[in-house]
Write a protein that binds this ligand. Sequence first.
Ligand code: AMP
Ligand code: MG
Length: 487
Amino acid sequence: MNFQNKNNQFWPFSNSYLSLPNVFFEILKPEKIKNPKLIKYNKLLSQELNFNIEDTNLIKDLFSGNYIPDKAKTIALAYSGHQFGNFVPNLGDGRAILLGELAKQDGTLVDVQLKGSGKTKFSRNGDGKAPLGPVIREYIISEAMNALSIPTTRSLAIVSTGEKVFREKTLPGGILTRSASSHLRVGTFQFCQILNDQNKLKKLCDFTINRHFPHIKNKKNPYLELLIEVQENQTYLISRWMSAGFIHGVMNTDNTSISGETIDFGPCAFMDEYNPSTVFSSIDFNGRYSFSNQPGIAQWNIARFAESILPLINDDEKIAISQANEIINEYPKIFKQKWLDIMGKKIGIEKIQTSDEILINNLLNIMSKNHLDFTITFRNLCDKYITNENNNSEINNWKNEWFERINKQGLEFKTISTNMKKINPLYIPRNHLVEKVINEAINNENYQPLEDILEVINNPYSKKIDDIFYTATPNPDERVYQTFCGT
Ligand code: AMP
Ligand code: MG
């Protein structure tokens, strides 16, 4: 539905989701905003998406939801989900509206969605709005993830609405435009599961296969293959999170993307000091989504996905369960291999061996025991040291073993170090910095710190001359122990 009508009403988006049965969405338009301001626009991403609009007024109107031609069908998507382990049937886009898809140069479709654009039929008790703070946070962190080559949804624009949003306190409102390779979630399939309609389930699965995994279309059992693909993508994603010290914070099944992208940045954060049991989210009372629980939780989420597509895997439920189990039981092995690969590279080992796991775990133990910063430790290692402290025998012993191991590769250290510096970032969007950027934007309408941090995190591996501000770990009074969904 990509059109330019007689009133010259331009609309660049198609919307293939409309081909699904209409229980999967609600057609509606975003609420109009009286006084929108475009405070950030991601020009580079817009080029990747072939969105070559220069008119900033049009950009502002599109991404505030004010400009939607009558003919355009924008939609809120239905989904269910397990939130902190409890099934909630009626979630869905309560404050997001899918404008539609843009096509990249290679033809791949990318969803473009407004978040914070008003109520939908899925809003339950929510106001459909987003405070500007979490919008800025999602923009920064998703772009950082992308720069670190971690699969992620992206951020295209931030609009401030000029409206007040009421939470524990009154906050300025914002709208994030985000792009995603799709918004299909494990929760979308769980929503379908409770419809108990195999025809609809098949339509949803075929749509998903066409969109993300066309190569499995003609396989003997494409739905079992779908499970394998989803597991492959999730294990890759979580191994990358674990290698960057990233904590998602709310790994509910509705926040688990089928494409394997990081999605729905709520109370997420990069760790400073390494502690595997770190939890940031203010609502995660039992530490369900702590750093070290993430691989296991992703497996649990995949099991929920498998359950929701069982009727397509095999007509005989018992056989379907045993086939799905066989795949899910492979998860630990697949995850471990991916994790070892990336962690090995982080410490300069190109071809990982099973015996290297001890070396990696010993380093992590040292880091945790000595309260070392996750990012800085790995970056220091690229220059052959761990901390400036030289009299820790455990650290020195580990270093000796490590030298011995990397020397076996027959490469000069300089080469190893150069490779390590391509994978161990200097800059991550540390929580205390993100908070400063948000405070400046919200309290003083000063968006320069946002520009500055984006420039830094977009080149996370190359050293800036004046970088102490961005590399320094937080002072005790700057430490952020809790992050909030901010919904
Ligand atoms: P999230 O925590 O952002 O993943 O959202 C969980 C669920 O709550 C989703 O169904 C959201 O659409 C919904 N939700 C979150 N915030 C709001 C809001 N302000 N208004 C309406 N629905 C919301
Ligand atoms: Mg969500």
